[in-house]
Ligand binder design. Structure first.
Ligand code: WTA
Length: 648
């Protein structure tokens, strides 16, 4: 395996304390031996506190069962002062948000001064609509600057936002509105993406049929097409925000006051509302953003994620803005109007740091080098990936074709629950290997354990855990702390269990092998097999369903569904298409079964547990490697499943 050395160049102008491998070792060990001292020092340097904290962490992975871990608990702050106010004062004319719309060249630039004004106005409008500290607001929007403004406006009031990705269906949105007992929803008339219109307000109206506590819906006008309207509930953004005062003091909150809830998939059918709090989350997002990407003052930093996912929260909005960076927001897709769109934008905006998902890289690589080479990419310095393991071929393509062999690649491993990048190269300091997430961030102590929870030393493969608390970690699951504890801390006593498999090599580098639980990672979208199964058995023709992932050349993982028909029902092609329509309706447009196999029954143990191991093997085309099937209640079912498999 080749090692890509750190290029020998001058690292002038970086805001990061970690430039050399020695810096990294020094910082990592400081954080290891004195985590409280380390993080108190980091947060005082990077974050504006109204009352600076003197306490570090309180609690550990044993006590988390009884009460959430806290960081900086005696500090008070409002995250928007760090993200907006101080930069509006120190560098008012620097572009904070650089936005490009669906159509190439449709550009908006918001300076820090303008961002400050917009956040204050929006906060005033929300307050006038009755929103109070601690209340929940669902954001169901596309990629417009107003989505970031709305997040910050909530934070300014101490209200808790929960962004729901604009691809989710009305049913999924309704579940989330109810689960967090939202008082308000902020949406758009319509979204625009790849030349297509996304009926956000209409989906929102459907979601708000039936019982809920939403009093007001604030609607940002993006397309101007007519939408349904409830005069006592719906309010136009431009009317409410347009007339509001552009001054609004930031409401101080405790460090542990929730900043946001983000729903994510786990191994049950019900999504979890992962809760992040204010002081620790912001500290971790800002620190990792600065360090991993080697942030410079004049960077044009571009993360291609959607604000509906954690990457958009930490690395489009909170991390970059806390660091006073210029952060890019993109409304469209990498292939609209053609496969050169990303590189066209890199050339036009002189993007220096570019962060995307392996699935996009693989999809673009399939179009060849032409669309890349057509655009000038000399501005690029750091290239990042996130969301799923990157295969070495895609890594090499990113490095050689996009980066012209000159940029540092950071393959950043982390999760909604970790709040920020946890295992990753640090652009200037870490020699990389294609496909490896490499080394842990300062403050992160990974452990690889075997089935019994024994910690492996040195090289080896097993389950990835993290041994000690860090400021960016999720604190709880909204309304269900017991679920938080069982999901993450009960598998291996006293450790945070990530749900990922990991291999550590002889250099101590970490290679993430993918999920080992019932979570799928399709095109970087995290989805639960149980959510698919619940949608499939909702169909009357389906008696039972089991869903597993299989390797997919572009999406990383594809969705493979085994379905058993109800007696008397026939699952023909039309019926299977109808099943995908149900999946779409119950989960969203981003959810789709790639391959169906109709089977006479599911392989089960004598106690009735579905044997997913077998289903996974068959879906991967490795049905001849099933091993011991003696515990099966009905071995003939396995034969039938194996016989019914057809590749591709
Ligand atoms: C996967 C996204 C390999 C992993 C930030 C994790 C990765 C899940 C990487 C979290 C990476 C993320 N290499 N796998 N660089 N980054 N993953 O919550 O399986 O949407 O558990 O957070 O994505 O997905 P989530």
């Amino acid at each position: 395996m080749s090692m890509y050395a750190v290029p020998d160049r001058v690292w002038a102008g970086s805001q990061s304390p970690i430039i050399t491998p020695d810096d990294f070792r020094r910082e990592w060990f400081r954080a290891f031996y004195d985590p409280d001292g380390f993080w108190l020092d980091v947060t005082r340097r990077l974050i504006h506190w109204q009352k600076a904290p003197t306490e570090g962490a309180y609690g550990d992975f044993h006590s988390v069962k009884h009460s959430p871990i806290t960081w900086f608990a005696d500090g008070r702050l409002n995250v928007t002062e760090s993200c907006v106010d101080r930069h509006a004062e120190a560098q008012p004319d620097k572009v904070a948000i650089l936005w490009e719309g669906d159509e190439p060249g449709d550009v908006r630039r918001l300076t820090y001064r303008e961002l400050h004004r917009e956040v204050c106005k929006t906060a005033n409008a929300l307050a006038a609509l009755g929103l109070k500290k601690g209340e929940r607001v669902i954001l169901y929007m596309g990629m417009v600057p107003e989505a970031a403004i709305a997040m910050l406006a909530c934070a300014r009031l101490g209200a808790i936002h929960s962004v729901v990705f604009g691809g989710f269906s009305a049913e999924a949105l309704r579940d989330r509105v109810r689960d967090c007992e939202a008082e308000m929803v902020i949406t758009q008339d319509e979204g625009l993406r790849g030349g297509r219109v996304i009926p956000l307000k209409q989906v929102c109206d459907e979601a708000l049929e039936g019982e809920h506590g939403v009093r007001k819906v604030l609607v940002y006008q993006r397309t101007g097409n007519p939408v349904g309207w409830k005069p006592d509930r719906d309010v136009w953004w431009h009317e409410a925000v347009g007339g509001a005062s552009d001054e609004r003091p930031a409401t101080p909150v405790e460090a542990e006051h929730p900043l946001f809830i983000l729903y994510t998939s786990g191994s049950t059918g019900r999504p979890k509302g992962v809760v992040h709090t204010s002081g620790g989350y912001l500290t971790y997002a800002a620190y990792t953003h600065r360090v991993v990407f080697d942030l410079r003052d004049d960077d044009v930093y571009a993360c291609m994620a959607d604000v509906g996912w954690i990457t958009g929260h930490s690395y489009i909005v909170y991390g970059p803005l806390a660091n006073g960076a210029t952060t890019f927001m993109f409304e469209s897709t990498p292939v609209y109007p053609d496969a050169g769109r990303y590189w066209d934008m890199v050339a036009r905006h002189k993007i220096t740091v570019f962060y995307t998902a392996p699935t996009a890289i693989r999809a673009l690589a399939a179009h060849g080098e032409g669309p890349v080479k057509a655009h000038d990419r000399r501005s690029l310095r750091v290239l990042g990936t996130v969301g799923e393991p990157i295969n070495p071929e895609a890594w090499e393509w990113y490095y050689n074709v996009v980066g012209e062999g000159r940029c540092n690649i950071v393959d950043t491993w982390w999760q909604t629950e970790t709040g920020g990048i946890s295992i990753s190269p640090i652009a200037p300091a870490t020699a990389t290997k294609p496909g490896a997430a490499t080394l842990p961030m300062p403050g992160i102590v990974p452990q690889i354990v075997d089935e019994q929870g024994r910690v492996l030393r040195g090289p080896g493969q097993g389950y990835l855990c993290i041994a000690y608390p860090w400021p960016g970690q999720a604190r709880t699951v909204w309304g269900d702390h017991a679920r938080f504890f069982t999901t993450y801390f009960s598998t291996y006593d006293g450790k945070y269990f990530t749900g990922d498999g990991c291999h550590r090599d002889e250099d101590g580098y970490h290679w993430i092998t993918g999920r080992v639980d019932d979570v799928l990672n399709v095109s970087g979208h995290r989805m639960g097999t149980a959510e698919f199964e619940a949608a499939l058995v909702f169909a009357e023709a389906v008696a039972e369903a089991a869903v597993v992932g299989y390797p997919h050349p572009v999406k990383g993982q594809g969705v493979y569904a085994y379905v058993v028909a109800q007696p008397g029902e026939v699952l023909d092609t039309a019926a299977l298409d109808a099943l995908n329509a149900i999946v779409r309706q119950r989960i969203g447009a981003h959810a789709r079964v790639d391959r169906f196999q109709v089977v006479p029954g599911l392989p089960k143990t004598r106690s009735g547990k579905v044997m997913r191991r077998i289903l996974r093997k068959v879906a991967e085309g490795r049905g001849d490697e099933l091993g011991d099937t003696s515990t099966l209640a009905d071995p003939e079912v396995v034969e039938a499943i194996r016989a019914g498999y057809s590749p591709g």
